[in-house]
Design a protein. Structure first.
Length: 359
C-alpha cells in the first residue's frame, strides 16, 4: 500500500477556492478596480473573523449553560474569550486599511452595491443574538426596526437567502451567553448559601443589607444607585428574585475576588466586560471610518448612516457587570465574610457532596 501523501499548505487551507471568492457580482476580480477589490477583501476578512467569534462564543455559552460548571473549566473559557477580545482589537485596526479608500475612490463603484450594506451582515446579527442583546436595548438607542426583519426582506431576492434565514433563525433559537452566565451566577454561593438552601433568600438579603451599610459609610451619594440596582427596576416581576440574586452574586464575586474559588469567576467577569468594551470601540471605530469616507449621507442599506452607527455604540448586553462598578466599595467597607473555608480550594467531588454547584 503506497504511503499516504502529505497535504500541501494550499490544499489544507483551500487557498485556491478562497482566492476565487473576490470577484464581486461578476465573479471575475480582473474586472474590478484595485479599490473595489480592496473593499471586498477587507469586508470578507471581517466576516471570517466573525465566524471565529461565533465559534468561541458558543464554546463559552455551552460551558455555562451546563447545570454544573467545574472550577477547572473557567480558565479554559477565559482563554477562548480572550481570543474574541484580540479579534475585536485586531479587526478594529483593519478599519485603518479600509480608510486608504478615499471618498472619490468609493464613489466610483458605490452604485454597484445597490441597497446592500453592512447592516445586512447576518454574522454580526448572530453575534448580537448570541451575546444576548435585548430587543428593548436596541430600540432604546436606534430606530431602524428589527434588523432580522431587514435581513428577511433582503433574503427574498438573494440566491442564498433561504440559507441565510436558516442560519439566523437557528441562532435566534439558541440560548445566549448572557442567559448562560446569569444561570451560572444565580447558583453562586453568597456567604456560603446556595439557592437550594432553605435560608438562602434571607442570607442574600442580609449580604445586600450589610453591603448597603458599608456603601452608606463610604459614599452615601451612591446608595440611590445601589437601591435601583438591587431592586431590579425594569425587570419583569416574575424575574426579579432571580435577577436580584444574580446582581448580588456579581457584587459578591467582585468584593471577595482574592479568594481561591472566586478569583477565576472574577477574571471571567473582567474578560466579559473587556469583550463588550472592545465591541463598543469596534462600533465607534466603524462609525468614524464611515464618516471619513461617505460623510453623513444615508447608508446604502437605507439606515441613517453614521448617526445609526454611533447609536449602536450605546448598546450594552451585560448590564449587571457594568452597573455594579458604580457601587463597588473599598475592601474596608465590604461586609464581613462568612464561611471563608467554603471558598478555599477543594476537589469538585467534595464540592458536589457539600450541597451543589459553585460559580
Amino acid at each position: 500500500m503506497p504511503p499516504q501523501q502529505s497535504p500541501t499548505y494550499w490544499d489544507y487551507l483551500r487557498i485556491v477556492p478562497l482566492l476565487d471568492l473576490q470577484g464581486g457580482l461578476g465573479g471575475d476580480d480582473a474586472q474590478l478596480s484595485e479599490d473595489e477589490l480592496h473593499f471586498i477583501i477587507v469586508h470578507q476578512v471581517f466576516e471570517l473573523w466573525f465566524k471565529l467569534v461565533l465559534r468561541e462564543l458558543r464554546l463559552a455559552r455551552d460551558q455555562f449553560a451546563a447545570d454544573w460548571v467545574p472550577e477547572r473549566s473557567l480558565p479554559h473559557v477565559v482563554r477562548h474569550l480572550r481570543r474574541v477580545n484580540e479579534i475585536f482589537k485586531l479587526s478594529a485596526e483593519v478599519f485603518g486599511v479600509l480608510e486608504t479608500l478615499t471618498p472619490q475612490d468609493f464613489l466610483a463603484f458605490r452604485a454597484k452595491l445597490g441597497e446592500s450594506s453592512g447592516f445586512q451582515s447576518f454574522q454580526m446579527r448572530q453575534i448580537e443574538l448570541l451575546l444576548g442583546l435585548q430587543a428593548e436595548e436596541r430600540q432604546r438607542h436606534t430606530a431602524v426596526g428589527d434588523p432580522i426583519a431587514r435581513i428577511e426582506q433582503a433574503a427574498r431576492t438573494s440566491p442564498v437567502g433561504d440559507r441565510v434565514l436558516q442560519i439566523v433563525r437557528q441562532t435566534q433559537a439558541e440560548k445566549s451567553l448572557r442567559d448562560a452566565l446569569h444561570s451560572w451566577l444565580y447558583r453562586t454561593p453568597i456567604q456560603g448559601s446556595s439557592p437550594a438552601d432553605s435560608g438562602d433568600r434571607d442570607a442574600v438579603a442580609e449580604f445586600l443589607r450589610d453591603y448597603r451599610d458599608g456603601l452608606e459609610r463610604y459614599d452615601p451619594r451612591l446608595t440611590p444607585d445601589f437601591d435601583r440596582f438591587v431592586a431590579a427596576e425594569g425587570v419583569a416581576a416574575e424575574e426579579q428574585p432571580r435577577t436580584v440574586r444574580v446582581r448580588a452574586a456579581v457584587l459578591f464575586i467582585e468584593s471577595y475576588r482574592e479568594l481561591p474559588l472566586l478569583a477565576w469567576p472574577n477574571t471571567l467577569l473582567e474578560t466579559v466586560v473587556e469583550m463588550e468594551e472592545l465591541l463598543v470601540l469596534w462600533r465607534s471605530r466603524h462609525a468614524r471610518m464611515v464618516e471619513r469616507i461617505i460623510g453623513r449621507r444615508p447608508g446604502t442599506g437605507g439606515s441613517a448612516g453614521v448617526s445609526y452607527l454611533d447609536a449602536t455604540a450605546q448598546y450594552r448586553v451585560f448590564h449587571e457587570f457594568w452597573t455594579a462598578r458604580s457601587v463597588l466599595v473599598p475592601r474596608a467597607y465590604i461586609p464581613e465574610l462568612k464561611h471563608r473555608d467554603f471558598y478555599e480550594l477543594v476537589e469538585d467531588v467534595r464540592t458536589k457532596r457539600a450541597g451543589g454547584p459553585r460559580p
